[in-house]
Design a protein around this ligand. Structure first.
Ligand code: HEM
Length: 399
């Protein structure tokens, strides 16, 4: 879709491969109304507009309108999980699992995650060369979330496969139906979790599936579709995003050797470096809101009944908020990026993702003092969809 200097088309493979050159014009503009069949869309990219929308759930609802009659309704969609709910449903759903994401709970997981990272990187070191995605970034987060859910780690390749196929639905052009392959992946995931739920009813454990089942059985605080939807959200949100933080962040370090060098010299900069990776090339490019009535934002009237696309990754390059925004600067401070969202939907998994990233990058930097790209000239390929941005592969030389 072209309007003046602005081009925003998540379904164009070239745009998807590198949307950043297009964000400059977008962040210079107040919210912009465009037509993406079948709905009017408002593109919100300036940092202050994006933050204002995210902080205003009363006007900017997270509940998408139901699909037209006869169109496939994804069983994970609204209003069944926190991400797609407004208060008071959102408050109830979020409270139910917040105890599993407390800093203490997350800290308890650290030794296990470190062991897992060491094991995967140890294998890579023995081979000398490795694919960051296939051998490490695709594996670590999905095994961690499998542990949290209490489902078998060994099934991680199957989870990844379902998750990849479901995420690919983000590439369906607006109005296009969910493909049979995507429906099959959703069905397989639902069947798997139905069995896990039954199993937990008989033998509850200390895992998240058991906690959600208990919340269902206890006065139906959570309906069964809500349990399933929640599990699907956790499995997908909990693995793909962190995988892509490790991938996109490593690529940023490889392309900015001065910053890699600085980080090697001053490892205490790692936490700030991870925040900069999230700002500079975040795993979640955009999120959506659905005002039911006309709303004003940044001086523009947005009609009700359409979609507001909040372009988080563009807001993270807004020069009004971040000086020299296209520069990858691991010492950037302050760095109040929107990569995890803002307001009531702020990412529940942020402490976990940050810890996994600290472990992943910490271990890689210590183990591989000469880490480098194998074929820097080879074009980098992206997978998934525009909305969840991540590398297909990244061939590295470990030593
Ligand atoms: C680098 C990794 C991650 C990034 C960049 C990320 C990004 C986000 C963003 C942008 C949102 C808000 C979306 C919106 O407001 O519409 C969100 C929400 C959420 N994330 Fe994450 N996420 C990451 C990792 C995780 C992990 C590891 C988990 C779980 C294990 C997780 C679980 C959730 C949940 C449950 C929500 C919904 C919260 C709510 O609606 O109240 N995320 N995430």
């Amino acid at each position: 879709m072209a309007q003046a200097q602005i081009y925003f088309n998540p379904w164009d493979p070239e745009f998807r491969a590198n949307p950043y050159p297009h964000y400059g014009a977008l962040v210079a503009s107040p919210p912009l109304m465009v037509q993406m069949a079948p709905m009017p869309v408002a593109l919100v990219a300036r940092y202050r507009d994006a933050a204002a929308a995210l902080h205003d759930p009363a006007r900017f609802s997270s509940v998408p309108p139901p699909p037209p009659p006869g169109v496939y309704q994804n069983p994970f969609s609204s209003p069944r999980n926190v991400l797609n709910a407004d208060p008071p449903d959102h408050t109830r759903l979020r409270r139910l699992i917040s105890r599993d994401f407390t800093p203490r709970r997350i800290r308890e997981m650290e030794p296990r995650i470190r062991r897992l990272a060491a094991e995967l990187l140890g294998d890579a070191a023995r081979r000398g060369e490795f694919d960051l995605m296939a051998d490490f970034a695709n594996v670590l987060p999905v095994k961690v979330i499998a542990d949290m859910l209490g489902v078998p780690r060994e099934k991680y390749a199957t989870f990844k496969d379902w998750s990849d196929r479901i995420i690919a639905s983000g590439n369906n052009p607006p109005g296009a139906p969910t493909t049979p392959d995507q429906v099959a992946a959703i069905d397989a995931l639902v069947d798997f979790f139905r069995e896990e739920i039954e199993h937990r009813r008989r033998e509850p454990g200390a895992d998240l599936v058991s906690a959600l089942v208990a919340a269902h059985d206890d006065a139906e605080a959570l309906s069964m579709p809500e349990v399933l939807s929640f599990l699907a959200l956790l499995l997908i949100a909990g693995n793909e995003t962190t995988t892509n933080l490790i991938g996109n962040g490593t690529l940023a370090l490889m392309r900015n050797p001065d910053q890699l060098e600085l980080l090697r010299k001053q490892p205490e900069l790692l936490e700030g470096a991870i925040e900069e990776m999230l700002r500079y090339d975040g795993p979640v490019q955009s999120t959506a809101r659905f005002p039911s009535q006309a709303v004003e934002l940044g001086g523009v009237e947005i009609p009700g009944g359409g979609i507001v696309v909040v372009v988080l990754a563009a807001a993270n390059r807004d020069p009004a908020q971040f000086p020299d925004p296209d520069r990858f600067d691991i010492t950037r401070a302050p760095n109040d990026h929107l990569a995890f969202g803002e307001g009531i939907h702020f990412c529940m998994g942020a402490p976990l993702a940050r810890m996994e990233a600290r472990i992943a990058f910490g271990e890689m930097l210590v183990r591989f003092p000469n880490l480098r790209m194998k074929e820097p000239a080879r074009p980098i390929e992206y997978k998934g969809s525009y909305f969840l941005r991540g590398l297909q592969a990244l061939a590295l030389v470990a030593n």
